[in-house]
Ligand binder design. Structure first.
Ligand SMILES: [Mg+2]
Length: 176
């Protein structure tokens, strides 16, 4: 897998609400691994919006397991996990395999049965791809971010055109 291939998401959508759950199910995916900050809620937001609660119910009703895999501190992640009722792996060290593997092991699933959803190419997408998971990139919910993330966004900005040149379709809302 070339460096660029590790960064290529299988799908790129505006938000989690645009994900076609039925299509994922049809691919044999049963476990949704998801990033937390700027994927489910804005960075460090401690509350669970109603829209997210509804989406989670929809996913659970369809039969999916949903588990947070986040690089944020265990404290932040566990607090959100309790509030949302979601299982979670905090301080996951994405893109390293360890956190993803913990989540897979918890549900006794193979990487091929899991999708990784996240807003960052270099952690969420790269990590998921390297394990052979299906990967879905979402737009970050808002620009407010941890300083380390803001630095990496510059790298994303130069990488994104390369991925688009290789056929990555940007979300409808970004197409003109
Ligand atoms: Mg994120």
């Amino acid at each position: 897998m070339s460096w660029l291939e590790t960064l290529m998401p299988d799908e790129y959508v505006a938000s989690i609400y645009e994900i076609d759950l039925e299509r994922l199910w049809g691919r044999g995916i049963r476990l949704i691994l998801t990033d937390l900050d700027n994927t489910l809620v804005p960075w460090n937001q401690p509350t669970v919006p109603e829209s997210l609660t509804k989406w989670l119910k929809q996913a659970h009703d369809r039969g999916f397991h949903v588990c947070i895999v986040s690089n944020n501190t265990s404290g932040r992640v566990l607090e959100f996990a309790q509030l949302s009722g979601l299982p979670a792996v905090g301080a996951a060290k994405k893109p390293k395999p360890i956190g993803f593997q913990q989540a897979l092991d918890r549900f006794q699933m193979d990487a091929k049965q899991a999708v990784m959803v996240g807003d960052q190419l270099f952690t969420d997408i790269r990590g998921g791809n390297r394990l052979g998971m299906y990967t879905v990139l979402v737009l970050p919910i808002e620009p407010n971010e941890w300083w380390g993330t803001r630095m990496v966004r510059n790298l994303e900005r130069v990488t994104m055109p390369l991925l688009c040149a290789r056929g990555l379709q940007r979300p409808n809302s970004l197409r003109r």
